[in-house]
Design a protein around this ligand. Structure first.
Ligand code: SAM
Length: 261
């Protein structure tokens, strides 16, 4: 899927409480052998906590002044590598140089592309993100629930996700208008779709949720321009009831649907 390139990051809301930052690092279950790729280190508040636990931190920061500040702060510390770049332009596995974990207090306006970028090859072993609470709730939502949608399906096809804990707006300086949450993502050992299917899967899922309350029989016809008989045949092959609506289908249902086309 083509995500829009990020514009300049809007607004800085810093989280400095070492107890909360330490809890974020703890969610990642870092060992002293681990390399952690940190996305958006800013002034390095989370970086400190990662370095207390990890072998190495590779920090990717887009902002020139912040990257300079970090280079100065960690000059001479061999455990820290600062990459001044847009994270979406960096292959995280290559940057890490081997197996790696991801941690990010990521800019809220580009959370979704970052989540999917970190699920590209070679994937992190696990990731922790501080995100807008609404995004975490959408990512972890189950079929037929209010927050379930294309983001839930597309992410859950590749990974399992859990909301680890919530962070109130008051924990940030200045407080943002939205609430936040810490979310853990673990790529599936056996993803429901492979890399060659991802683009078609995402397009299908986004398209289907455009008709979230229509029945699948109708959705297939609208999406793929099939006649009624062909739509029924596809749904039968996929084991999906023609009267089901997209909002009740699981990520695995969508994977079968893609292959039944
Ligand atoms: N974790 C930091 C802290 O608490 O000090 C700051 C987190 S702040 C919410 C997000 C950080 O991500 C900022 O430092 C920002 O410059 C950086 N950033 C924004 N867009 C980025 C991108 N596309 N690639 C890498 N870093 C980015």
């Amino acid at each position: 899927m083509n995500f829009p390139k990020p514009r300049k990051w809007l607004g800085q809301h810093f989280l400095t409480d070492p107890r909360i930052l330490g809890r974020i690092a703890d969610v990642l279950e870092i060992t002293s052998d681990d390399t952690v790729v940190e996305i958006g280190p800013g002034r390095g508040a989370l970086t400190e906590q990662l370095l207390l636990r990890a072998k190495r931190v590779v920090a990717i920061e887009i902002d020139r002044d912040l990257a300079k500040l970090l280079r100065e702060k960690y000059a001479g510390d061999e455990r820290v590598t600062i990459i001044e770049s847009d994270v979406l332009d960096v292959n995280l596995g290559e940057a890490a140089g081997g197996p790696y974990l991801v941690a990010g207090n990521v800019p809220y306006n580009i959370t979704t592309p970052i989540l999917f970028h970190a699920l590209e090859h070679s994937r992190a072993e696990r990731a922790v993100y501080l995100v807008q609470r609404e995004v975490a709730e959408r990512v972890i939502a189950e079929p037929a629930s209010e927050n379930y949608g294309a983001l839930s399906v597309n992410l859950q096809a590749l990974a399992t996700a859990e909301l680890s804990f919530r962070v109130s707006a008051g924990a940030f300086t200045p407080p943002p208008k939205v609430e936040s949450a810490v979310m853990k993502i673990v790529p599936r050992a056996d993803p429901l779709i492979d890399a060659t299917e991802e683009a078609a899967y995402r397009a299908m899922v986004v398209g289907a949720f455009g008709f979230r309350r229509k029945q699948m029989q109708r959705v297939i016809r609208e999406l793929w321009n099939f006649g009624a008989d062909d739509a029924t045949a596809i749904l039968t092959r996929a084991g999906i009831e023609p009267t089901d609506r997209p909002e009740v289908l699981t990520p695995a249902d969508f994977a079968r649907l893609l292959r039944a086309r």
